[in-house]
Design a protein around this ligand. Structure first.
Ligand code: COA
Length: 167
């Protein structure tokens, strides 16, 4: 059976941890759609939707069974529209579990024929989050270990723009 999966998130910005999950999913499934939410719950993204899509496309370019796209509104509706059988989510630590369990339950109620499958990243990525990466970069720290060089450059640009605005 050829199974298609969707890997949704905010990806603000995409980190090495996200890339690790996307690569694992690409091995398991025929096709993986990395779906970037335009309106994530309780979040105001630092990067525009277009920038988040562009960065994800750049860093995942060598994986030919992955496509990147954005979506508006409910993930359940978009997953159905894409005709996928699986939703992928990453689990980094026990602290992720409660939120993920709730979201999986909700999505199962909305779209009973789509399964949520959890993948764990390599141990070295379990402490990375996009907000920590953004904070470190904004305060002048080096994030090269946590993100692709193109993402690191984008963070430098966005932070430089902010500093020049303040001075
Ligand atoms: N490596 C590194 N970081 C990871 C990670 C990994 N493997 N997996 C998750 N994270 C981090 C992210 O960086 C992010 O960190 P931050 O909050 O500090 O920035 C956090 O974990 C979770 O982000 P992400 O995986 O991008 O998911 P999300 O929780 O932002 O995305 C949506 C949630 C978009 C999937 C969800 O809100 C959604 O489906 N929205 C559409 C509307 C909808 O359908 N709502 C009803 C849902 S039931």
């Amino acid at each position: 059976m050829k199974v298609k999966a969707i890997y949704p998130g905010t990806f603000d910005p995409i980190t090495n941890g996200h890339i690790d999950i996307a690569k694992r999913a690409a091995v398991l499934f025929e096709h993986v759609i990395v779906a970037i939410s335009a309106n994530p719950s309780n979040k105001i993204p630092r990067f525009s939707l277009e920038q988040r899509v562009e960065l994800a496309n750049l860093v995942l370019a060598d994986l030919n069974n992955i496509t990147v796209c954005s979506f508006n509104g409910l993930l359940a509706n978009f997953a159905k529209q894409c005709d996928v059988q699986v939703i992928i989510r990453g689990l980094r630590a026990v602290s992720d579990f409660e939120y993920e369990f709730q979201m999986a339950g909700m999505n199962r109620t909305l779209i009973p024929d789509i399964e949520t499958i959890f993948l764990t990243p390599a141990t070295k990525y379990t402490f990375i989050s996009s907000s920590l990466v953004r904070e470190i970069a904004a305060l002048g720290g080096n994030v090269d270990e946590f993100v692709h060089p193109q993402v690191s450059a984008a963070l430098r640009t966005i932070n430089k723009r902010n500093l020049s605005y303040c001075s």
